[in-house]
Design a protein around this ligand. Sequence first.
Ligand code: Q9C
Ligand code: ZN
Length: 344
Amino acid sequence: MIAYWNPLHAGHAPAHEIFRGDKVACFETPARADFVLSALQGAGHELREPDQDGASALAQIHGDRYLDFLRTAWSQWLSLDPQNEQRQPFPSVWPVRSLRSDIEPVNFVARLGLYSMDNGSPLAHGTWAAAREGVDVAASAAHAVAQGARAAFCVSRPPGHHAGRDFMGGYCFLNNAAIAAQTLRNLEFERVAVLDVDYHHGNGTQSIFYERSDVFFASIHGDPLTEYPFYLGYADETGEGEGAGCNLNLPLPAGSSVAAWFEALEIACKRLGKWGATALVVSLGLDTFEGDPISHFALTAGDFVRLGERLARLGLPTVFVLEGGYAAAELGHNALCVVNGFEA
Ligand code: Q9C
Ligand code: ZN
């Protein structure tokens, strides 16, 4: 399988995140992508640098104000205090119900809150460059399948599926899967499905396409009553307006069995087929793995082979986009298992 990789990913390397009130080492690390790259390369897959500019899809998926903020966020942070190079900004105030989100405060931390859903998406010096390069990775993979490749794999970070039109969240800044889907739409594909198998609901992707009838979003994830992102991902969210009926959430309780997970996968696959998808984007989170440190499903490497096999049976041109997966040392092998199953 062709694998597009992000040569700038390691510039996004924040040191800490907030976890239950403590400052802990980030779970979402550069090593994650390095493990996936070496596993794919070791198995003989072709690695390519991005060869397309995703600028037009980027402007269709994200808002200008948010993009302007993100592009300049690190320099704004430094301009507050040169010592901030050694510090990470965290939001501390958010425009929830009754507060105005149409105003951009001058205060940097207030604007960071305006453009964030949580305090769990730490920014670093190279965040914009890495995330922006990820857009080109996603666009390149979509172009490759439009030109006839059976599938393409995006090895990029930061991940994207929690990022909405105008906000970051859950380690995500720009929505790579949405960029891939939009790029496929801009090429020859009329009906694009996004299947999100990350442990966490892809709230950003869902919200971006919620009122559209040309992109179907389906997600299998930990029940948001107990699992991040908590405020979206319920079964009664089925799409709105033009998009009515084009959204499928299959939440499963934390601790659900592998059998239950594959039953949900079967439901999602049947539905995408029935809907008439002509291309597929897989938001491939591998945090459903039994050894994941922050998630509570129990898939094994063998189950990832089975996932790849089932996806291949859809018979669609497919773009894989790496999302979560925090058992870093096993991440490369698990990603390779999906690819092997797909190509079996
Ligand atoms: N700090 C993705 O998998 N926080 N994002 C959980 C650990 C949010 C995960 C608690 C997890 C977001 C792309
Ligand atoms: Zn996740």
